[in-house]
Ligand binder design. Structure first.
Ligand code: IFM
Length: 453
C-alpha cells in the first residue's frame, strides 16, 4: 500500500440494526416495515427474515470484543426505531437502555460510536399511516431523533440521520424490491423528498440541544454513472440515472437547489406538489460531515421506456439500461469491481459542491463465496484496492476523515436474505459461532501499520 492517511484518520467497521440484531420481538420492540415485508412469500430470498440474524441483541458484548480485536477507532451502527418507539410515537425504555449499554461498552473499549438513526426499519405503524409518502413521517422522525439524542448525547458525538435514502425511496416505494414493497411513481418521489425533509428537521431538532462537539451528518450511496459509449444519447441517459440516484439528494443537501433535471424526467408522473416553500432551507441545514457508501459504478446506455405512457411510468423507468457491464472482475453479488469509481465519486462531489463538509467513507465491502478455511483473499484485495482509491481522492484534495468497512459480521442482506456474506467475521446462523476470516486479520494488521510511524 503506497497511500498514507493523515493522523486522526478513523478506521472502522459498520453494521445496521435490522441486519444483525435479531430478537425482533424482544423487550417491547414493535414491528418494522422489514418484518412485514420479509413475511410476504417470495419477498426475500429463501423466505429469510430478521430472525435470527447474528443475534447481536444478546451477543453484543462478544461483538464489541471482536471490535477490540480489530483495533478499530470507530464503530458505525444503527438504532432500531421500532425498539425505541414501537408504534412510532410511544417510548420503550428497554430499547433506549439497550443502546445505552452498547455505547457505554464502546466507550469502555475506547471505540468511538458513530450512530445512525435510520437504516431502513420504519415502524410499521407509521407505514400504516402512509410511511415516507406522508409529510407527517418527517416530523415523527425528527421527534425520534431528538429523543435518542437527548438520551445518548453525553456518549455519542457523531450523529447520522439517514442511511441511503435512495434505496429507501426508489427500491422501497418505486420498484417494490425493498420494504414496504410498493411500486409507485409519485409515492417514491414523495418518499425521497420526505426522507430529506425528515433529515433536515432531525438535524435542527438535535442541534437545538446539542453539545458543542456534536457532529451531524447524512450517509448517501454514491454509484457514479458512466455512459457505455460516447454518444449523446448514452451521456443523457447517464445524466438521468445520476439525477435519480445522486443529485436528487446531493443538490438540495449541498447545492441549495433541487436537481434541475428531475421534474422533466417525471413529467406526467408527479407535479412535485409535496415540495413546500420552506423545505429547501430545512433540507439544506449545514452539515458537519457526509458519509459516502461506495460499492460499484453504474454503466448506463440509453434505452426505450418500458411503459410508453409517461403518466403510467414507475420511478425507475427513466429510459436507461444498466445491464451492459464492462469486462472487469465481479464480486459474488455480480457487482463490477472498479475501485477507481470510489475516487471518481469522492472527487466528483468535492468539485461539484464547494463547501462540501468533511467526508467519511461509511461503507465499502464485498461478497465472495467462502472457502472452508475462510481465507478470503478476494476480499482482502478488494479492500486494499479501495482504500488505495480513497487515498487517491484525499491526495486530490478531498477532506477525507475516515473509512468504515462493511461489515463487521455476516448479516441479513435485505431482499437477498442470508445468502450473501459481507462480514470480516463469518457467522454460523445455526450456532451463532463467530469465525474471523483472513480479511479480519488483514484489516487488523493494516490498521496497526497505519498507526506505526
Ligand atoms: O447491506 C447493505 C447496507 O445495508 C446498505 N448499503 C449497502 C450494503 C450492501 O448491499
Amino acid at each position: 500500500m503506497t497511500t498514507s492517511f493523515p493522523p486522526g484518520f478513523r478506521w472502522g467497521v459498520a453494521t445496521s440494526a435490522f441486519q444483525i440484531e435479531g430478537a425482533t420481538t424482544a423487550d417491547g420492540r414493535g414491528p418494522s416495515i422489514w418484518d412485514t415485508f420479509a413475511a410476504v412469500p417470495g419477498a426475500v430470498a429463501g423466505g429469510d427474515t430478521g430472525e435470527p440474524a447474528a443475534d447481536h441483541y444478546h451477543r453484543w458484548p462478544d461483538d464489541l470484543d471482536l471490535l477490540t480485536g480489530l483495533g478499530v477507532d470507530a464503530y458505525r451502527f444503527s438504532v432500531s426505531w421500532p425498539r425505541i418507539q414501537p408504534d412510532g410515537r410511544s417510548v420503550e425504555r428497554r430499547g433506549l437502555d439497550f443502546y445505552r449499554r452498547l455505547v457505554e461498552g464502546l466507550r469502555e473499549r475506547g471505540i468511538e460510536p458513530f450512530l445512525t438513526l435510520y437504516h431502513w426499519d420504519l415502524p410499521q405503524a407509521l407505514e400504516d399511516e402512509g410511511g415516507w409518502r406522508s409529510r407527517d413521517t418527517a416530523s415523527r422522525f425528527a421527534d425520534y431523533a431528538a429523543l435518542v439524542h437527548a438520551e445518548l448525547g453525553d456518549l455519542v458525538e457523531h450523529w447520522t440521520t439517514l442511511n441511503e435514502p435512495y434505496p429507501c425511496a426508489v427500491a422501497g416505494y418505486g420498484e417494490g424490491r425493498h420494504a414496504p414493497g410498493a411500486r409507485e411513481g409519485d409515492g417514491a418521489l414523495a418518499a425521497a423528498h420526505h426522507l430529506l425533509l425528515g433529515h433536515g428537521l432531525a438535524v435542527r431538532a438535535m442541534r437545538a440541544l446539542a453539545l458543542p462537539h456534536h457532529q451531524f451528518g447524512i450517509v448517501l450511496n454514491q454509484s457514479p454513472s458512466v455512459p457505455v459509449t460516447d454518444s449523446a444519447a448514452d451521456a443523457a441517459a447517464a445524466a438521468r440515472q445520476d439525477t435519480l440516484l445522486r443529485r436528487q439528494f446531493t443538490d438540495p443537501l449541498f447545492g441549495g437547489r433541487y436537481a434541475p433535471g428531475l421534474p422533466a424526467m417525471f413529467d406526467g408522473v408527479s407535479d412535485f406538489a409535496f415540495r413546500h416553500d420552506e423545505d429547501l432551507s430545512i433540507i439544506g441545514e449545514p452539515l458537519d460531515y457526509l458519509g459516502v457508501n461506495y460499492y460499484y459504478r453504474l454503466h448506463v446506455a440509453d434505452a426505450p421506456h418500458r411503459e410508453p405512457d409517461p403518466a403510467l411510468r414507475t420511478v425507475t423507468d427513466i429510459g436507461v439500461d444498466t445491464t451492459r457491464l464492462p469486462d472487469v472482475p465481479r464480486t459474488g453479488m455480480g457487482w463490477p469491481v472498479e475501485p477507481e469509481g470510489l475516487t471518481e465519486a469522492l472527487v466528483g462531489l468535492h468539485n461539484r459542491y464547494p463547501g462540501l463538509p468533511p467526508v467519511y467513507i461509511t461503507e465499502n465491502g464485498c461478497v465472495y463465496a467462502d472457502r472452508s478455511d475462510f481465507a478470503d483473499y478476494e476480499r482482502i484485495n478488494f479492500l486494499g484496492d479501495h482504500i488505495e482509491a480513497a487515498g487517491a481522492a484525499a491526495a486530490a484534495g478531498v477532506d477525507l476523515r475516515g473509512y468504515f468497512c462493511w461489515s463487521l459480521l455476516d448479516n441479513f442482506e435485505w431482499a437477498h436474505g442470508y445468502k450473501h456474506r459481507f462480514g470480516l467475521v463469518h457467522v454460523d446462523y445455526a450456532t451463532q459461532e463467530r469465525t474471523p476470516r483472513a480479511s479480519y486479520r488483514w484489516y487488523r494488521d493494516f490498521i496497526t501499520a497505519q498507526r506505526t510511524p
